[in-house]
Design a protein around this ligand. Sequence first.
Ligand code: MLC
Length: 481
Amino acid sequence: MDGGFFDLLRQRFASGMERPMLRVAGGPTVTYGEMDARSALAAGWLGSQGVSAGDRVVVQIPKSSDAVALYLGMLRLGAVYVPLNTAYTEAEVDWFVSDAEPAAVVRDAAALTAGLERAKPLTGWAARRDDDLAALVYTSGTTGRPKGAMLTHGNLASNALTLNEAWAFQPDDVLLHALPIFHVHGLMVALHTAMLSACEVIFLERFEAAQVLADLPEATVMMGVPTHYHRLLATGRFDAAACRGIRLLVSGSAPMTAALHRSVADSTGCEVLERYGMSEALMITSNPYDEPRVAGTVGFALPGIEVRVWGEDGCAPAGQAGMVQVRGPNVGPGYWRRPDATAESRTEDGWFITGDVGRLDERGRLTLEGRAGDMIISGGLNIYPAEIEQALDAHPAVVESAVVGLEHPDLGEAAAAFVVAEHDIGGDPDEQMSDLAGTLADLARFKHPKRIVLVDGLPRNAMGKVLKAELRTRYADLFRD
Ligand code: MLC
């Protein structure tokens, strides 16, 4: 690919400029031509703010058509998109800004819209090479310090083209989009794939089951996290009639249990297609589009991508579990300004170590079995225990804490904290809890443990290491219905 990811997108939707692109509730539908023009304004506006090709721009704004225009404007200008979850606190944003050293920070959606009204458009677009950076997507690390996963124009283009073909996108597809666009799933899986066929996108600001059900009959494709499917089923109205136009339901970002997969199939007649990926490597495997999908598995390596399972003695034979490793044009070049973390995430022969444990069957179908670390995936969002433990441990009355992920009916997994207190923090247990919750104020709310349990001590092995597996077993029912 020459010219960069915007060049590819532009080529693909150039013949359909009059086609509807984003259907936004309560607003006019934006056509591809209008979005193209708006992205030119966004590029011009960024340029007037002193942003040039290669510069990072941190963005923390709600989902909107102007947020999409800004992203496309950034690709157009050759700037590097650094999206942040709108739930992040000031303290978290400060940290990201200090790490990314952006040329501009966009956190005021109204100022963006006003800027676009005044801007002089950049009608052309910067030529970008495959290995030029397009985005930095922050993921937290095992030590609690976030790392920016670098993604290049080549990574974005290869993954979008691969998914567009593997999932048989056609111009007459209508994508129901209820995911946030500050993550790989909503932006680089859902939106990119649809844009490559100039499809119409029903663009919902957030996931709300009743609204999704209302729009579903007009859609042909929906992508979501397992929690979305769970919530749709809970309405009792997620059925074959609601899915009458649907040809593809995709799930990812968190494991979908075989039971949930079957419930969706029983209720709607649609077999969810589960796929597997991560910010560092975009999409890695997918269940097949036109062969049976197997509940509880994440399918085969996507075309052009290699997956292997590494056991104690090297490459594990079929059926044996080990660390999932991946190689291909989807894998990003590493972590922003973190050569140590980049090196740790690669094997000597250049494979990316995903951190997930899984096994391949004889045909190369991958089943995930867990993760090497103790990262929690809650409602499709990653939560790193170390970050929460560090915050809890900073409380003067906390001796130590351990945070684990426990099965949760709605979120799949939810964070629970086990805290050993020095002495009574206060008199009333409710006050103790709110006092402890206060120590988490600098962390985004979705990271806050759904339960904080005061315990006398933490289980440890002979070496003194906290036995998190034991906590998970002992408290397995904490969130169960
Ligand atoms: C919200 N809350 C969560 C949460 N989402 N808590 C834990 N886990 C979550 N995922 C908390 C809020 O902090 C708030 O807490 C309360 O729940 C209500 O907030 P809300 O905004 O009203 O929540 P809701 O709209 O119900 O959101 C739930 C959700 C959303 C599941 C719809 O989290 C979601 O859309 N998740 C998808 C995330 C996603 O796109 N992941 C892709 C990552 S990319 P309080 O205490 O203030 O009440 C990736 C790669 C790949 O992983 O392969 O795809």
